[in-house]
Design a protein around this ligand. Structure first.
Ligand SMILES: Nc1nc2c(ncn2[C@@H]2O[C@H](COP(=O)(O)OP(=O)(O)OP(=O)(O)O)[C@@H](O)[C@H]2O)c(=O)[nH]1
Ligand SMILES: [Mg+2]
Length: 258
C-alpha cells in the first residue's frame, strides 16, 4: 500500500447520491490518508449526505474535498464532473470509486498499485470474477444479468473485457482521457462502456488507448451492498444504450478512415 506521495498524484472520485444510510465516514478518511486527493461528488443529495462528506473533508487534513452539484444529475455526470476536476487539479492518476464500498478501499489501492507498477498500462478495471479463495458476493440473478451485459459490452467495444460495470476503475491522465470526459455522456445508462469506447476508439486527432494498455484485475473481495438505487429497468436501458455506443464507435472509426 501507500500510493500517496512521490512524483505521481493520485485522485479518487467518489460519486455520492443520498448515501447517508450506508456511507462510512471512517473508511473514506482512511482512503484520504492513502491517496493525494479524494473528490467526493455530492450529486444533489437531499438526505444527510452533505454533512457526512463534510466530515470526511474536515478530518482529511485538506486531502478530501466535496464538490456539490445542486441538482441530481445521475452517476455518469457526477463521475465525469469529478474526473474533470481531478484532471484540472493536475492528477496523474484518476480513479472512480462507488460510495457503498462494495469494492473495499484495500482493493482500490491494489488497483492503483497495479497501474503505477506498469508504465505501459493506461487503465485498470476491477473485475468481479468468481475464483477459489476470492469473495465475490453477488446475487445469482445479478451475476447472470451482468454476464449478458458484459458480453454485449465486449462485442460493442471490440475487446475481450470481462466486467465493464464494477464501480472501481483507475485511469492514467492523458489527452485521450481528457477528451473522453470533456463532454457529457449521451446516455447515462451505459456511461462506463461509453468512457472505455471514447478511450479505445477516440475521434480524429487523439491517440487511442491500446487494448493491451487496459488491465483487468480480479477483485479478491467484492460484496453486494444493500441500498442500491439502480432499478432493474436500468439494466434493460443499459443494453439498449449499447447500440448508441456501437454507432458512435463506427462513426469515429469512419472519420479516422478505418
Ligand atoms: N443510483 C445512483 N447512484 C448515484 C447517483 N449519483 C451518484 N451515484 C453514486 O453511484 C454509486 C453507485 O450507486 P449504487 O446505487 O450502489 O448502484 P450500483 O453500484 O451501480 O449498482 P449495484 O450493483 O446495484 O450496487 C454510488 O456511489 C452512488 O452514490 C444517482 O443519481 N443515482
Ligand atoms: Mg452498489
Amino acid at each position: 500500500m501507500g500510493v500517496r506521495g512521490g512524483a505521481v498524484t493520485v485522485a479518487v472520485v467518489v460519486p455520492c447520491y443520498d448515501e447517508a444510510a450506508r456511507f462510512d465516514v471512517d473508511a473514506f478518511v482512511s482512503l484520504a490518508a492513502m491517496v493525494d486527493r479524494v473528490l467526493l461528488v455530492d450529486d444533489g443529495s437531499s438526505d444527510g449526505t452533505a454533512a457526512m462528506l463534510g466530515a470526511v473533508a474536515d478530518r482529511s487534513g485538506g486531502r478530501a474535498a466535496v464538490l456539490h452539484l445542486a441538482l441530481n444529475g445521475g452517476k455518469a455526470e457526477a463521475v465525469r464532473t469529478g474526473m474533470l476536476a481531478a484532471l484540472d487539479g493536475g492528477a496523474d492518476i484518476v480513479a472512480y470509486f462507488d460510495a457503498d464500498l462494495a469494492t473495499p478501499v484495500a482493493e482500490l489501492v491494489r488497483l492503483v498499485d497495479a497501474l503505477q507498477a506498469d508504465a505501459s498500462r493506461s487503465v485498470v478495471l476491477a473485475s468481479r470474477v468468481g475464483l477459489l479463495g476470492h469473495t465475490i458476493d453477488r446475487r445469482l440473478s445479478r451475476h447472470y444479468l451482468g454476464r449478458l451485459y458484459a458480453t454485449a459490452a465486449s462485442l460493442t467495444l471490440r475487446v475481450p473485457v470481462y466486467d465493464t460495470q464494477c464501480g472501481a476503475k483507475v485511469f492514467r491522465a492523458s489527452p485521450a482521457l481528457r477528451q473522453a470526459v470533456a463532454r457529457p455522456f449521451p446516455d447515462p445508462w451505459s456511461f462506463d462502456v461509453e468512457l472505455l469506447a471514447r478511450l479505445l476508439h477516440p475521434g480524429v486527432g487523439v491517440e487511442p488507448v491500446a487494448a493491451d494498455a487496459v488491465l483487468e484485475v480480479p477483485l479478491r473481495v467484492w460484496r453486494d451492498v444493500a441500498g442500491s438505487k439502480v432499478r432493474p429497468v436500468a439494466s434493460i436501458r443499459a443494453v439498449v444504450a449499447l447500440a448508441g455506443v456501437r454507432r458512435r464507435i463506427s462513426e469515429r472509426s469512419a472519420e479516422r478512415g478505418g
